[in-house]
Design a protein. Structure first.
Lengths: 317, 316
């Protein structure tokens, strides 16, 4: 897929997303908007559009970067314990610092997410079998362990349903005043682009990277900070979108190969397209009700992931 | 201490705990209290032993000590099932449903799922067991996203019914289905018994096992299904306890330094009984029911797991 076709498609989908909703606003109304219609567009539709693009693009890129750094196709915030640690962080922020502002919550959740991801990367160094399918298993186990700690405290304070509902991926809450945190991912994406070649080299292994004069540890740490921060931001504003960081980069590398820098725009675009398509689907299927993105991506994503697994194995033989 | 002595110590401890559970704080109608306690301790011990047994076998099959069978999506499937019933027919339907039917439905679906998973994947994927597990996990996330969507829409009162099912509760085990669960566990163990002698060889890895004359694929298939059946029985009886098996299988391994499965299996089963009966004692008599056993076990198991991973410079 050429990038420009992708952009055309993205524009088309954006237009659809902009005009699909319970309140009927047709494109023809654009030049004679009533005050109410204008307000809906500014307060709800536009923030939603922006957050769809930001979340899709940045999660795709984070996934790609994590896969590069860990040299494993199946690593992503979902399968490396990042999301689960951030969730524990959010719970901690809620329980310990009841009156924390959203910024403080984000910082605490970020600290947890970073610690969880670092833990996972340390585990990776110790894994005996470099079987590709084993590494995500370890990550999911780690995620399960962290989740059990979350549940332990959530159960005590009767928060099991609240935290589940609150962190369920859903774009309908992305309205003016609630989504602005997502803008943090813009500089993060820019930073990823800036470091892209270094991440590619770091992905070739510690010895090789050192040989090329790269500070391996520092590069990996920068990557992990970017990944953890981005995951936290998306978790706090949109919620958990399972598998997003896993599928998008895999789809792109299927037809683009492994060079990180040239893949970045494609990954970002595919991520935004995928999320937007899923979101529109969720809004249309049960119109006028909505199916949250967590479910649509969860269902479509698991299907796609299984397909990727089957395909990958067909090639290996 | 040699292995037999260690096992004897564990057995004595298990019996002592069961004794304490049965005979302390006795009051009221002795016959009634004792018969209730007997059923309860039976259910608890059965759960602990089956989960420990299944996990030990599973860890031998996958040749790894940090994995546990519930992660292949069985827990999520169980939760999806419970959530769906509550979501579609209301909380009353789940609690008033015929217990035997509910048990057989839950356990049957879980075994069916594991069987399908295995049948579809093991052949297609060059006998890569990790791939089977990974697909299982993905299915688990799939079930989970549907279940949590329904939970999100649910009335908080109904959610409490689901939440009750979400954490294994041994306070009121379904004593009605106790017999079925015991029969299911016993039957699957017996049906698979001729494969147990291969376990020691399978632990050496695929190539060595085949070299030693083990009918590897058949044994793995039977044992995998056995693990699924045992976990299904325990989950349908008590509810999901993800990290119990991990906890006891690893403690057994650490304490009983042998690779012979006769001892490892017995040790981990005894430890499973000790952990659950002891834990239930603590929950009932110390915390006075303010928390759930499975939440504690998962917490302790989880923390222990992290400790295991980070303890020393060893490779997994």
């Amino acid at each position: 897929m050429k990038l420009r076709y992708g952009f055309v498609l993205l524009l088309a989908l954006s237009a659809v997303s902009f005009f699909v909703g319970v309140k009927n606003i047709s494109p023809l109304d654009l030049f004679r908007l009533t005050e109410e219609q204008a307000r809906i567009l500014v307060v709800s539709r536009l923030p939603r559009l922006v957050s769809l693009i930001l979340a899709g693009a940045s999660m795709g890129i984070v996934g790609l970067m994590m896969q590069q750094l860990s040299r494993n196709r199946f690593v992503s915030p979902t399968t490396a314990g990042t999301e689960d640690s951030a969730r524990l962080g959010i719970l901690t922020a809620m329980l310990v610092f009841g009156s924390a502002t959203i910024m403080q919550k984000m910082l605490i959740a970020f600290a947890f997410a970073l610690a969880g991801t670092l833990l996972f990367m340390r585990l990776l160094d110790r894994i005996k079998y470099r079987n590709a399918a084993f590494i995500p298993l370890v990550g999911m186990m780690l995620g399960g362990v962290i989740n059990s700690v979350t549940t332990f405290f959530a159960y005590k304070h009767n928060l099991v349903q609240s935290i589940g509902a609150w962190l369920y991926g859903d774009f309908s809450m992305a309205v003016q005043g609630r989504y602005e945190l997502l803008y943090i991912s813009v500089p993060l994406v820019a930073l990823t682009y800036w470091f892209a070649d270094r991440f590619t080299i770091a992905g070739m292994g510690e010895d090789f990277a050192a040989n090329l004069g790269l500070n391996y540890r520092q590069t990996v740490n920068i990557g992990l900070v970017i990944a953890a921060l981005n995951t936290t931001v998306i978790l706090l504003t949109v919620g958990v979108i399972p598998f997003l960081g896993l599928i998008v980069p895999n789809l792109v590398t299927l037809y683009r190969g492994d060079r990180l820098r040239s893949n970045l725009p494609h990954t970002a675009l595919t991520g935004a397209l995928f999320v937007m398509a899923c979101d529109i689907l969720g809004r249309v299927i049960l119109y006028p009700y909505e199916i949250p993105i967590g479910l649509t991506v969860g269902v479509i994503g698991s299907g796609l992931f299984l397909y990727l697994l089957a395909r990958r194995n067909a090639y290996e033989r | 201490m040699n292995d037999k002595a260690k096992l004897a110590v564990l057995a004595a401890l298990a019996i002592a705990l069961i004794g304490i559970f049965l005979f302390t704080d006795l009051a009221g109608n002795l016959e009634y209290v004792l018969s209730r306690r007997c059923k309860k301790v039976w259910a608890i011990a059965l759960t602990g032993a089956t989960v420990a047994f299944a996990t030990t076998v599973f860890q031998t099959l996958v040749n790894n000590r940090i994995l546990t069978p519930s992660i292949i999506g069985l827990d999520s499937l169980y939760m999806l099932l419970q959530t769906t019933v509550v979501f579609l027919f209301g909380g009353f339907a789940l609690t008033s449903m015929n217990r035997e039917v509910r048990f057989l439905l839950s356990a049957g679906l879980m075994v069916l799922f594991a069987g399908l998973l295995y049948r579809l994947l093991f052949r297609a994927h060059e006998r890569d067991l990790y791939m089977v597990l990974l697909v299982g996990i993905v299915c688990g996330v799939f079930f989970q996203s549907i279940a949590s969507f329904m939970q999100k829409l649910m009335d908080p009162n109904e959610f409490l019914i689901v939440q009750d099912r979400m954490f294994a509760s041994l306070n009121h085990p379904d004593t009605d289905v106790l017999l079925i669960a015991t029969a299911l566990a016993a039957f699957s163990v017996l049906a698979c018994a001729r494969n147990f002698k291969y376990l020691d060889a399978i632990a050496l890895g695929r190539d060595h096992a085949i070299n030693l004359g083990v009918p590897y694929e058949r044994a793995i298939r039977h044992l995998f299904l056995l693990v699924a059946a045992l976990i299904a029985a325990a989950t349908a009886l008590a509810g999901p306890i993800t990290f119990l098996g991990l906890l006891v299988a690893n403690i057994a391994h650490q304490w009983i330094h042998t690779y012979r499965h006769r001892f490892r299996l017995a040790g981990s089963m005894l430890l499973g009984v000790i952990a659950l009966v002891g834990g239930q004692l603590v929950v009932e008599r110390v915390f006075t029911f303010s928390t759930t056993l499975s939440v504690i076990i998962n917490f302790v198991g989880g923390v222990y797991f992290l400790y295991l991973l980070l303890r020393e410079n060893r490779r997994w």
